[in-house]
Design a protein around this ligand. Structure first.
Ligand code: ZN
Ligand code: ZN
Length: 250
């Protein structure tokens, strides 16, 4: 499986980085996770054809994850996409996404392609499952299973609870986890996690590598390195991903 991060920012973006979103590719299938930003342009910048995208996974209703959906669907329609697009989302979120598209006149009958909402997605060599997560609003974690035995979990926006990830997904070699705050700046009441908690979660699910995302740079003191903080509690490889770089994972 290959991964490419299109953005690693929180709801407050920073210069040169947008809202958290990434691509996963396996066996000729291409999946986009979340759509808060200009996904069409980002796909091109990642060297992929937006018209060939197989599935879009939506985790939750926050604007930094869902707000770019109408513009993305409109761009695909303007480019005369013909292939159906799978949209994997929990049923309540699917309803909100459909209403959002409707507000822009992007109803299925008006589009050049068929949007197919479902609770998960599967193709030869890759399966995507949604698992209920823990956040300030209902959210889905995303579990990728490759035909070659690789398992990757994206915990989405997530409040850390000891043992929670492991109970939902079991062992995963790769974890993508938010690191919105340094641990000493984590608000008392929050739907988010610190880099240190991301490392704890990675250790609990037996991950070999941890990709961090959803950084709130304005909460980072000068010189703060979220990968170093996460590595201190993880004990494995913690990565602050480079945007638009393709990473090979198990
Ligand atoms: Zn977010
Ligand atoms: Zn959120």
């Amino acid at each position: 499986m290959r991964l490419c991060f299109l953005g690693t920012g929180s709801a407050i973006p920073s210069a040169g980085d947008g809202f958290t979103s990434f691509l996963a590719e396996e066996g000729g299938s291409l999946v986009l996770v979340d759509c808060g930003d200009d996904a069409y342009r980002s796909l091109l910048e990642a060297g992929r054809d937006p018209l060939a995208l197989d599935a879009l996974v939506l985790t939750h209703e926050h604007a930094d994850h869902l707000g770019g959906l109408p513009a993305f669907v409109a761009a695909l329609d303007c480019a005369r996409r013909a292939k159906p697009l799978a949209l994997a989302a929990a049923p309540a979120l699917a309803g909100k996404a459909q209403a959002l598209l409707g507000a822009f006149g992007l109803d299925p009958g008006n589009l050049s392609f068929e949007p197919r909402f479902s609770r998960g997605w599967e193709a030869a060599g890759l399966r995507v499952e949604l698992i209920e997560g823990r956040h300030s609003v209902p959210t889905s974690m995303v579990l990728f299973s490759s035909g070659r035995g690789g398992r990757l979990l994206y915990s989405s926006d997530s409040r850390y609870e000891p043992g929670f990830l492991a109970s939902g997904s079991g062992h995963c070699a790769t974890l993508i986890h938010e690191a919105t705050y340094p641990h000493d700046r984590l608000p008392a009441s929050t739907g988010h996690s610190s880099a240190l908690e991301a490392g704890l979660a990675a250790r609990e699910i037996g991950a070999e590598r941890l990709f961090l995302c959803h950084f709130q740079e304005s909460a980072f003191p000068a010189g703060f390195d979220p990968a170093a903080e996460a590595a201190s509690s993880f004990g494995g490889e913690a990565i602050r991903p480079e945007l638009l770089r393709w990473y090979e994972v198990a």
